[in-house]
Ligand binder design. Sequence first.
Ligand SMILES: Nc1nc2c(ncn2[C@@H]2O[C@H](COP(=O)(O)OP(=O)(O)OP(=O)(O)O)[C@@H](O)[C@H]2O)c(=O)[nH]1
Length: 403
Amino acid sequence: MRANLLESTRFNFFMLRIQKCLLKEIMQIQIENINFILDKKLFWAKLNRKSAHCWGFFRNKSLLFFYPLKKMREVLTIEVGQAGIQLGNAIWEQYCAEHGIDNSGKRKENVAKMIPSKCSFEETGSGQFVPRNLAVEVRVTCILLASGQFDLEPNVIDVKNGPFAAMFHPEFLVHSKEDAANNFARGHYTIGKQIIDKVNDRLRKLVDNCDNVMGFVIGHSVGGGTGSGLGALILERLTVDYRKKPKLGFEIYPSPNLSACVVERYNSLLATHWLLDHTEVSLLLDNKAIYGICQKQLRIAKPDVNNLNRLISKVISSMTASLRFSGELNVDLNEFQTNLVPFPRLHFMTTGMSPIIPKADTGTAPNDVQKITDDYFKPANWFMKFTEFDPAEDKYMAISLNY
Ligand SMILES: Nc1nc2c(ncn2[C@@H]2O[C@H](COP(=O)(O)OP(=O)(O)OP(=O)(O)O)[C@@H](O)[C@H]2O)c(=O)[nH]1
């Protein structure tokens, strides 16, 4: 007997009372893609859908055992605007290196042990791994890399000529003909409104290709018109269409070192207002702080966006590592919210990384766990600058350390 218990029920706990007549054979019950084999002597069982925990009694009063056969939870990545797409490129480059996938999406030889995760990649019949990614950009040339990327300007979306071009499905690189001209309102109400249906359609296709979507990771800048305006619009639609799926946002905040555009701070303010309601967890990435890390710690005299994106991609990769690799420790997207967010609107996180050392020093720098942990708590290693932060006096509300 196979019962599909779908999301229709509103209860976290529900009782399965199994009649004697149904217990002739071993039963397989599928709950959100977790299969439980129940012994035929089972008397009753109680299942917690949230933690996929199950307990109960056999008729001889021994405790029920269960084991999950399959647990596939996919994470979809969405990149919006030029910054989002460039960041996406860095992320997929990082993921490919970690999973042993080459530029064309094929598994590299001699790295057989690194099994590409179906959480982030979809395996096609020909053995190619296609990122579960959508890129949206208004300028076409920006669409260089990611699946699930959106931008509005045609010249930015050049994913088709980028090094990872063969890996992405062109259908999931969405663009329009003109850009948002660094204007939130234009990205949100004018250009955004024109392509949002297309974006929704592609998103629906991405979701349909998954067994069970765990949530969304969205990368965008809040300074540009597309990243802020269209990004907010997409987040709003995700909230409406996929209400229970968590959305993890990586929001790039503008820095005067990288951009002299005066309206970026207004765009950021407007976008942040949308983020209050439409992301479950937002990781704030301050370009100025990351720029400082590159200069002071990596000794790069004039860092460019690639240096910044590479650092950010490592943070994102470490947050999704436990989803992409099997192991004892499993943190799903919901857990970031459960453990770190005390109140729904209070979900803006600071992130950081350690050790951050120049390539030349990798052999000589100490890298024991204590040192790495201590370094992490130094504000110099954070991707956000707090002008009056005092490490001794100020308090943290919640901390999550991923090693
Ligand atoms: N970290 C990082 N920041 C970037 C990158 N590209 C642009 N930015 C920053 O993002 C802001 C500009 O946003 P963009 O993403 O270029 O603009 P957009 O979202 O495409 O919007 P429009 O150009 O108005 O259509 C500026 O503050 C840039 O400094 C990048 O690759 N990495």
